[in-house]
Design a protein. Structure first.
Length: 148
């Protein structure tokens, strides 16, 4: 009898925990959308500058400190710098900006990138950036890549 109750409780707990995981996203207001667009454009410009100067410093202020994404971006930067790859944003369009109740913001961005140096060429790509408010601006906490 106790084993049945234990199994029932564990199954119920698993169902409750998995059901609570989904986050509600809604369209962000116009002010937030403009702030996020400016932030993403500045972030992409800083990324290009950091590759040109081979210094990660310009990008650090846009990333959430000591996060997994921060370290991934740093490794990516080191790899690009060693190959002398420079990325320049040819065009950038923020397709959508959504916010959640806990203050997190996600922005779907369509961008065209031109690479020079070790690799040469243009690439069109879609990214979703996840941002958290930080003081008077935002910080990138993660990013998703989408297949074109």
């Amino acid at each position: 009898m106790q084993k049945k109750w234990f199994i029932f409780l564990m199954t119920s707990l698993l169902i409750i925990l998995s059901a609570c995981d989904d986050k509600e996203w809604y369209e962000a207001d116009e002010e937030t959308t403009e702030e996020v667009e400016e932030f993403i454009i500045s972030f992409r410009e800083a990324w290009g500058d950091s590759l040109s100067t081979q210094s990660f410093r310009p990008v650090e202020e846009f990333l959430y400190p000591n996060s997994q994404f921060f370290h991934m971006k740093r490794r990516n930067h080191q790899q690009y710098a060693s190959q002398r790859i420079v990325e320049e944003t040819v065009s950038l369009e923020v397709a959508s900006v959504e916010a959640s109740d806990d203050g997190e913001v996600r922005a779907k961005v369509e961008e065209k990138i031109e690479q020079t140096g070790g690799q040469i060429g243009e690439e069109e790509r879609i990214r979703t950036y996840y941002l958290l408010p930080f003081r008077d601006t935002y910080r990138v906490v993660s990013m998703e890549r989408h297949d074109n």
